[in-house]
Design a protein around this ligand. Structure first.
Ligand SMILES: [Zn+2]
Length: 327
């Protein structure tokens, strides 16, 4: 639980709902919105998805989020309005202000959107929000003993992450904590990053980074990571090398960060984990090689929770993140 005395007065209110009532979890992605009604014990009671009207802009996306929340709440046995809503969204999200402080142009006009306050106003219901990877890491942290530290890395089209120290999820200034894809990486030296800087991990270790490395190594086009994976299985040495380099880069960064933070558990998820052993083995080896002796037994683990992890994490935000109430 956050230290409430440090929060602005408008949100210095603990959740008013009973801890036994289900809440709504929303996972906002660039192409779809996943919505679920989630019981207090984390059980998903109802789930629905709908397209994200990304090209229609922020107001349309807020309307769609509100409609998604109302839809799953109306399917509850009680038929009641949702008592609280948690939103997990991509980009830099500041849970204290409830605002999108940074984002790509996937959703038109999304940066600066007052996500939680605007959704609370639409629904008449308190809303909490956070970055999607941090939200997804929440149930992982909750499953550990009190006061545990957690490192969570998500490797997909981009690279995100979450950092919890001594039982507390780090949000950092402007909500930027945990953006592990934007640490400098020797393997990415000279490569342009999606954030505008040069040499960040994401440029070599995210799916598009691995694909681009393969294309540079082989002189052949591949277009997508699945093609690189297939060619690696067929014995293409450049494909195997690109996957290994991306994995090792992620593992080195994660090992260094483990030395800095001393996590009790390290979790690695995201779409790139679909590459399997060919990717996870060099990541683990590079990770382990960096570790200081007291944490030398630490190993990265796959996520504990499956496809529902993001909506479960979003729902958990209503108990762990600042609530934004309707004006
Ligand atoms: Zn970057």
């Amino acid at each position: 639980m956050r230290d409430a005395s440090r929060l602005p007065s408008a949100i210095r209110t603990l959740p008013s709902r009973s801890a036994t009532e289900p809440v709504v979890g929303l996972d906002l992605g660039g192409t779809k919105i996943a919505a679920a009604l989630v019981a207090a014990d984390g059980t998903v009671l109802t789930r629905r998805t709908r397209p994200t009207p990304a090209a229609d802009g922020a107001e349309a996306v807020l309307d769609a989020l509100a409609a998604a929340a109302t839809e799953v709440a109306s399917e509850a046995a009680s038929g009641a309005e949702p008592r609280a809503v948690g939103v997990a969204a991509a980009g830099v999200i500041d849970p204290v202000s409830g605002t999108v402080t940074g984002a790509t142009d996937t959703i038109r006009g999304w940066p600066g959107t007052p996500l939680a306050p605007a959704l609370a106003a639409r629904l008449g219901t308190p809303v909490a929000c956070d970055n999607d990877v941090r939200a997804t890491a929440g149930p992982e942290l909750a499953a550990l003993p009190d006061g545990s530290s957690l490192l969570y890395l998500a490797v997909g089209t981009g690279i995100g992450g979450a950092v919890a120290v001594d039982g507390r999820m780090a949000h950092g200034g402007r909500g930027v904590a945990g953006h592990l894809g934007h640490l400098p990486s020797p393997e990415a030296d000279g490569l342009p990053c999606t954030c505008g800087a040069v040499g960040h991990l994401e440029a070599v270790a995210a799916g598009p980074g691995i694909t681009a490395l393969y294309e540079r190594l082989s002189g052949r086009s591949a277009g997508r990571l699945q093609t690189v994976a297939r060619r690696a299985e067929q014995g293409d040495a450049a494909a195997a090398q690109a996957i290994t380099v991306g994995a090792r880069a992620a593992g080195r960064m994660l090992g260094g960060l483990a030395n800095a933070l001393g996590p009790d558990r390290v979790v690695v998820g995201g779409g790139v984990t679909g590459l399997g052993h060919r990717w996870f083995a060099p990541l683990t080896e590079a990770f382990t090689a960096e570790l200081l002796t007291p944490i030398g037994e630490l190993r990265p683990h796959p996520p504990r929770f499956g496809a529902d992890a993001a909506v479960r994490g979003a729902a958990l935000l209503t108990a762990t993140a600042p609530m934004h109430h309707p004006a």
